[in-house]
Design a protein around this ligand. Structure first.
Ligand SMILES: Nc1ncnc2c1ncn2[C@@H]1O[C@H](COP(=O)(O)OP(=O)(O)OP(=O)(O)O)[C@@H](O)[C@H]1O
Ligand SMILES: [Mg+2]
Length: 251
């Protein structure tokens, strides 16, 4: 990390489901250009916290600051409009469409035929999609293949390329991006995180895989039972120390 500009700060986030307090006052900051892992046991509240930041869940309490200013994130569009993009488990891709179609879904570039008839500018779509896919350093066998014919890693890269379309994107949140992938595909996702980091993107990644976390993340936020059990720099600790934090010293 070269600079330590705070991009996102969350204070005392809270969320209950019925009688269950899933998140009990969580606070942390993210600096610009760093990759931060969120780890913790099943049910620790990791997904609930990232959903409050991405606007998928409304929070019961707490506040969120973005580049120093209080923001109200009540809907995914609110998060997106300030530069927070979230990769959901299903990736929200359309299986029958090719990569450019998915990258531009709902925001296709238009041109005018005969000077007045608006039609999709396929040529621009292919060119821009290729440029964005190059930024995430993914090689697709062909841009015409439907997404359903691509590998898990290629699909994730396509989903990320779509985020990059938004010039505003500053923070990319991934909730267990490698969970459903084979070993080689997992590697690609690690590479992707490194690539995004080198392009000054900030990454918040929920993961159960400490190998991966130690490989690409600068810091680790450990959740336990809806609370932050510790925040450590990857280079200052070993896996055993993180496991202890996850388990609450009961290892
Ligand atoms: N939509 C929901 N309705 C009711 N309870 C929920 C909901 N989402 C989460 N919870 C509960 O909140 C707690 C935290 O869940 P959360 O999904 O945030 O955990 P997690 O740390 O992401 O776990 P995992 O590692 O298994 O994904 C759990 O007890 C869970 O059952
Ligand atoms: Mg989860």
């Amino acid at each position: 990390m070269t600079q330590q500009t705070t991009l996102l700060e969350v204070n005392n986030l809270k969320k209950s489901f019925g009688g269950v307090q899933a998140v009990k006052g969580v606070s942390f900051s993210l600096f610009s250009g760093e990759a931060v892992a969120v780890v913790g046991d099943n049910g620790a509240g990791k997904s609930t916290v990232v959903k409050m930041i991405s606007g998928a869940y409304t929070r019961d309490g707490g506040d969120i600051h973005w580049e120093g200013a209080a923001v109200d994130i009540a809907h995914p569009d609110d998060a997106r409009s300030i530069g927070i993009e979230t990769m959901y488990q299903d990736l929200a891709l359309v299986p029958d469409l090719d990569a450019p179609g998915n990258v531009f879904l709902g925001q296709e570039p238009m041109k005018r035929m005969f000077g007045f008839l608006p039609i999709i500018d396929r040529e621009k779509m292919q060119l821009d999609a290729r440029r964005l896919l190059e930024r995430v350093r993914i090689n697709l066998p062909s841009l015409e293949r439907p997404i359903s014919a691509l590998s898990g890693g290629q699909r994730q890269a396509t989903a990320i390329a779509r985020f990059l379309l938004s010039e505003r994107a500053r923070l990319i949140i991934m909730d267990e991006p490698t969970a459903a992938l084979g070993v080689q595909e997992q590697r690609k996702v690690m590479d992707l995180i490194r690539t995004l980091k080198s392009q000054q993107m900030t990454i918040l990644v929920v993961s159960h895989n400490l190998e991966h976390v130690f490989e690409v993340c600068d810091r680790i936020i450990v959740f336990r039972a809806g609370e932050v059990a510790g925040i450590v720099r990857t280079k200052d600790v070993d896996k055993q120390a993180v496991v202890s934090l996850i388990m609450g010293g009961n290892t």
